[in-house]
Ligand binder design. Structure first.
Ligand code: ATP
Ligand code: MG
Length: 409
């Protein structure tokens, strides 16, 4: 059997990027031989194994054929006769379809190296269209390598466009899509992921709620960039520049969905978009089965981000409601993420990226003030049950009033 390094490890080494995980392909071997060498099978009917020591993935060279809709609709053919070239041609992009032996001899039948130099994301063969996930993968790679000047080859974009129009994207499972989306959002330029999806028409299929934001104006006085879609991309960009976690990035992407529902007569104002957007945020959350913490934060940010911006003007009672809604006493981290999302929203406006956001510290101070109310003295006064709850709230409100006075003094 011959063993080759393939895919990302070759690509990233040639790009001079750190290589994190290595994928291997094995030519000329059978499942039995792999098992005899101590490799552990990954799945029942998938010719992929884990190395007994390194735990890295070793896949038998295979060909693939589409046999139906969706991901289940694939048949694999792995046998010792399948050549390296046959295995490489089923891969998504030319830059991912290179292999290397242990002497660092490169096998590059589809000109991945040429495309690396030309900074092009290009599909390997027309079989690209057999797996719609590749549309998301290409958009993700476009986000990852945007900084290096990579773009999607026009003929690949055209294929992506056809795939998006064909209805195939709808056959993707939530799990496969979310894996790509979440990884793409964690790239340094996640806005490029959304841009590429939009350009090929996939955004309209996957997240029509986000797609609908493009072309929707906002008041120029607050939003010099005017367009809500452009604003959303800038917020996402800010979130990446500030190294925000996935929860915050997801919330940033979805925070303004309600603006896509505003009747045109009301443009450029968006009264109550925080509330109209909630059902859309819920729908997107559920479509991709986003993790609970992402879902929760997106809904809270959607509902309360304008509260965040107006923090300094909020009445003490409204501040208290906000803090209660976040259960800031038990979930301080979630409130920090809310503050971060609000700040990214404020910075994601043309020309205002560097403007300070005093609301952040003000909200933190308010949380500290409310949290400083001690329960023990109230218990000692004999409060219990719902009355205790009311008494705590009253004390917190008092603390917030004092906080507000001191802050404005
Ligand atoms: P990363 O750095 O994100 O891991 P990678 O290129 O290694 O990038 P993997 O998802 O680990 O990506 O996949 C390894 C290789 O398998 C890819 O380089 C590509 O050749 C191939 N591959 C993975 N998924 C697909 C797919 N859906 N369609 C075609 N080829 C794929
Ligand atoms: Mg990999």
């Amino acid at each position: 059997m011959q063993i080759y390094k393939v895919g990302g490890a070759i690509r990233d080494r040639l790009l001079g990027k750190p290589v994190t995980d290595i994928d291997w392909v094995v030519v000329g071997a059978t499942t039995e031989e792999m098992l005899a060498k101590g490799f552990r099978p990954v799945g029942a009917d998938f010719p992929v194994f884990l190395h007994p020591k390194s735990g890295e993935e070793y896949a038998l060279a295979r060909t693939e054929r589409k046999s139906g809709r969706g991901y289940g609709g694939f048949t694999f053919h792995a046998s010792p006769e399948v050549t390296l070239e046959e295995d490489l041609i089923r891969r998504d992009l030319t830059i991912n379809a290179m292999a290397e032996d242990d002497q660092q001899n490169l096998t590059d039948p589809y000109h991945g190296q040429r495309d690396l130099e030309a900074r092009l994301l290009r599909h390997v063969s027309p079989a690209f269209a057999e797996d719609p996930l590749r549309v998301l993968r290409v958009a993700r790679f476009a986000a990852r390598y945007a900084e290096l000047g990579f773009t999607v080859a026009p003929e690949t974009l055209e294929l992506m466009r056809q795939l998006s129009e064909s209805g195939e994207l709808e056959a993707l499972t939530a799990e496969r899509s979310w894996k790509e989306i979440s990884r793409a959002l964690m790239e340094d330029q996640p806005q490029v992921f959304i841009e590429v999806l939009r350009e090929c028409g996939a955004l309209k299929v996957l997240m029509p709620e986000v797609d609908a934001l493009f072309g929707v104006p906002q008041p120029e006085a607050h939003h010099p960039e005017i367009d809500t879609g452009v604003h959303t991309l800038s917020v996402l960009e800010q979130a990446a520049q500030h190294k925000q976690p996935l929860t915050v990035r997801w919330a940033c992407l979805l925070h303004d969905l309600g603006k896509g529902l505003t009747p045109e007569e009301e443009w450029p104002r968006h009264i109550a978009h925080e509330h109209t957007g909630l059902k859309l945020i819920k729908a997107v959350n559920e479509r991709f089965k986003a993790p609970k913490d992402c879902q929760e934060l997106a809904l809270l940010v959607g509902k309360y981000h304008t509260h965040g911006h107006r923090a300094l003007e909020l009445k003490a009672s409204t501040l208290l409601e906000l803090l209660q809604s976040f259960d800031v006493y038990r979930r301080p981290q979630r409130f920090e993420e809310f503050i971060a999302a609000c700040e990214m929203d404020a910075r994601g406006r043309k020309g205002l990226e560097q403007r300070s956001y005093p609301q952040a510290d003000y909200l933190r101070g308010a949380a500290t003030a409310a949290r400083s109310v001690a329960v023990q003295p109230l218990l000692e006064k004999g409060f219990n049950g719902p009355e205790l709850g009311e008494a705590i709230k009253r004390e917190r409100l008092k603390a917030l009033k004092v906080y507000k006075e001191n802050a404005s003094a």
